[in-house]
Design a protein around this ligand. Structure first.
Ligand SMILES: [Fe+2]
Ligand SMILES: [Fe+2]
Length: 215
């Protein structure tokens, strides 16, 4: 199993738990978004499981979703000169958006998630007292809450503009495919952010509080 298959496998196992009605035919801005359903379907997972899911999701986005979207974009950019101007600015936006999203995920992968891994080890008693108190001197969770930028939400703004554009023009099929891809990805990112902010973080804060009380 190569790494992409590995991530796909894990991603699909977890994604089934948060899958909400997805209709491949129609994509529109008023898709139902069952925030409470997402939270309640994920709430029974432990911190360790949630972390595994979020890490695997990042890998899946990086190795599968984003390359596929870029592929579609290349395809339509090369073929349809009549919508060239719109697509060029779209490609430009998407590229800068992708860079911000990738660095957003990197920050989580390199700072937030390892910190939570540390808390989990501390809870299991696998860290020394010195290591635990060093871990707790870091204000990672507060910093994260203050600075967890809304990169996941930015895509929805762009999609709104794109849908407006596409309803007034005769848009080629591959462009609709692209719209579908980014639209599903946007929905996916919103779910992802809810799991991070509203399922994982409350659990982690509780864990951190208990460890502080034990000091
Ligand atoms: Fe994330
Ligand atoms: Fe995030």
């Amino acid at each position: 199993m190569n790494s992409q298959e590995f991530y796909s496998k894990w991603y699909n196992i977890y994604a089934d738990k948060v899958r909400i009605s997805e209709n491949l035919e129609i994509v529109n801005q008023d898709r139902e978004f069952d925030r409470d359903g997402i939270i309640s379907s994920m709430e029974n997972f432990s911190v360790v499981e949630l972390l595994k899911f979020l890490k695997v999701s990042h890998q899946y986005y990086l190795s599968k979703t984003l390359p596929e979207i870029e592929q579609s974009l290349l395809h339509i950019t090369g073929r349809y000169s009549e919508v060239q101007r719109m697509l060029t600015s779209l490609a430009f936006f998407f590229n800068s958006y992708k860079n911000r999203l990738v660095s957003h995920m990197q920050k989580e992968d390199e700072i937030l998630f390892p910190f939570i891994d540390g808390l989990v080890l501390a809870k299991k008693g696998e860290l020394s007292a010195v290591e635990v108190s060093f871990l707790l001197t870091k204000n990672i969770i507060n910093d994260f809450e203050e600075n967890h930028d809304a990169v996941e939400d930015e895509l929805s703004e762009v999609i709104k503009v794109l849908f407006k554009l596409s309803s007034t023009k005769n848009i080629p099929l591959p462009f609709r495919v692209f719209l579908n891809q980014i639209s599903f990805f946007e929905l996916e990112l919103r779910k992802h952010a809810i799991i991070e902010d509203e399922v994982l973080l409350p659990k982690v804060k509780e864990l951190e509080k208990r460890l502080r009380n034990q000091m």
